[in-house]
Design a protein around this ligand. Sequence first.
Ligand SMILES: C[S@@+](CC[C@H](N)C(=O)[O-])C[C@H]1O[C@@H](n2cnc3c(N)ncnc32)[C@H](O)[C@@H]1O
Length: 226
Amino acid sequence: MGKNKAARFRENTILPNVVQPTREEAIQNFPHKGKWNAFFGNDNPIVLELGCGKGEYSVGLAKAFPDKNFIGVDIKGARFWFGAKEAIQDDLKNVAFLRTQIELIDNLFAEQEVSEIWITFPDPQIKYRRTKHRLTNPEFLEKYRHILKPDGIIHLKTDSEYLHGYTLGLLQGLGHEILTAHHDIYGAAEYQPDTPLLKDIRTYYEELFSSKGKTITYIKFRLKNE
Ligand SMILES: C[S@@+](CC[C@H](N)C(=O)[O-])C[C@H]1O[C@@H](n2cnc3c(N)ncnc32)[C@H](O)[C@@H]1O
């Protein structure tokens, strides 16, 4: 870790809107599990952004929806430090950041504690041996189903045609409910997304991939109940 990165990382440990479970807490007895509404001090819905990077989506949505609570989740604290700092500067009380492996998400949220999940530009993990790290594989979907409310919604925004196709095929095969699927959200001038701010908040990786000419795809879906 370089000097600047290390300094930023140390700083995020003291930001009030950053939660970093210890290794033991991430496995059991995490104090905020089932109590995230108490953390925010309200009863508003909890929305997660998985693999939030610098946190643009979580912060952007938090500004637009003060009646929801947003939690950006990423293992790289030095990245979401940017979003956490911005949220503090803008006095946003409805956004926080959680440093963890997404694999542990069902240890950190109680059953049905979450209303919505955004997955923004995840690594597509195309190689077969990396399938277990793909954030829409069946094992991850099962973890999401556990923490989501029965009518909870998942959004996947990606530049990866492979991940888009893989996820659509999987959802269809498993009988989950696909609410919206779009292959190129900027492709048709008349396309009006049914999801607020879909085209208006552009993350670091969206900008990067768009500048390389990649199309941006989107799927909104609901997992069937057991
Ligand atoms: C390609 S970046 C996208 C970042 C951001 N969403 C954006 O659009 O700019 C993927 C992010 O997911 C995080 N990530 C990937 N797998 C993860 C995992 N299993 N647990 C926690 N974070 C993960 C990485 O640290 C990285 O910040």
